[in-house]
Design a protein around this ligand. Sequence first.
Ligand SMILES: Cc1ncc(COP(=O)(O)O)c(C=O)c1O
Length: 395
Amino acid sequence: MGQLQERYKNYREPQKYMEAGVYPYFRAITSKQGTEVEMTGHKVLMFGSNAYTGLTGDKRVIDAAKRALDKYGSGCAGSRFLNGTLDIHVQLEKELAEFMHKDDTLCFSTGFSVNQGVLAQVVGKGDYIICDDRDHASIVDGRRLSFARQLHYKHNDMEDLERVLKALPHDAIKLIVVDGVFSMEGDLAKLPEIVALKRKYNCSVMVDEAHGLGVFGKQGRGVCDHFGLTDEVDLIMGTFSKSLASIGGFIAGDKDTINFLRHTCRTYIFSASNTPAATAAALEALHIIQNEPELIEHLWEVTRYALDRFREEGFEIGETESPIIPLYVHDVEKTFLVTKLAFDAGVFINPVIPPACAPQDTLVRFALMANHTKEEVERGVQALKKIFVEQGIIK
Ligand SMILES: Cc1ncc(COP(=O)(O)O)c(C=O)c1O
């Protein structure tokens, strides 16, 4: 047996849950990702998606992707830097810059590679990078790759952030990086306070709008716009994999920082550009969210309905203020069991266990889309209530 095989033969954590019949991962979907999806054998209500605008099955988005596939082919066979730039990549970057009210943007093939590449590059030796404890894994990985000193503060605890900032040299580059909407708990970063601290301690701020885009702010511009703080936030990151119904991501900022990243960011330069179909789909979704405000209005209508109903039924839903509703379970095994029982009852939700949350805070994540109906939400609430009561999680 080789070294690796010797080391990993005892990694049996997933098998433990498979044997117990509650393993919740890699469940294959055999249809489009609408509010109801087909799984092998049966249909389930989808409350595990990140497609907040509900556009992944939209005919206009699909047609735009098909046209791009026909015109440009299936891939770009190279990075943006060299042979992989299409006119639609350039158009998307230009339109996103206008939409986000920033000078310029760069589009990447995934949101993960935006955070990973940008953070590794934009701060370095002698600088400081300061993250919220609950920042997304892609921020954590970007932070780890940078040569800056890495610091963090307790989730959304502004006193703790100030304690960290106070100890740092006034003139050093200090970048605070936060999720605008925290992806598992659904709460928002305290941006007004963060911006006040940025001014006081001479820092820069980057906000990850993965879950804010298409949900918060005018026309879905995100949490920075929601708080009226776009000008105060130096860099804004977003993904196409959620509200923009595709795959890919972008960084938006001032022209000089973007110019630097365009020519040095390793995940931008040394990785193939986004596919024509994915790029065109994101562009079409961006047009739709700007032209159809009723989409986001409806998302908020069903979100408010779901928040009220879960509270009325006695679920513990934490500090969420978004279409991401955490239903706390506080026990890993039970979290898997609830996920399985919900699935059997026709409701797809996602289990959240460490490292995606603190060990004592396991939960199932219930997320809304703009095309959910109140009737679908009610079916979800009822099914989950029965399970949570039977399992003794709520009364
Ligand atoms: C907060 C946050 N940032 C970044 C990402 C990465 O985005 P993508 O899925 O587009 O790679 C995600 C996706 O899970 C996320 O939730």
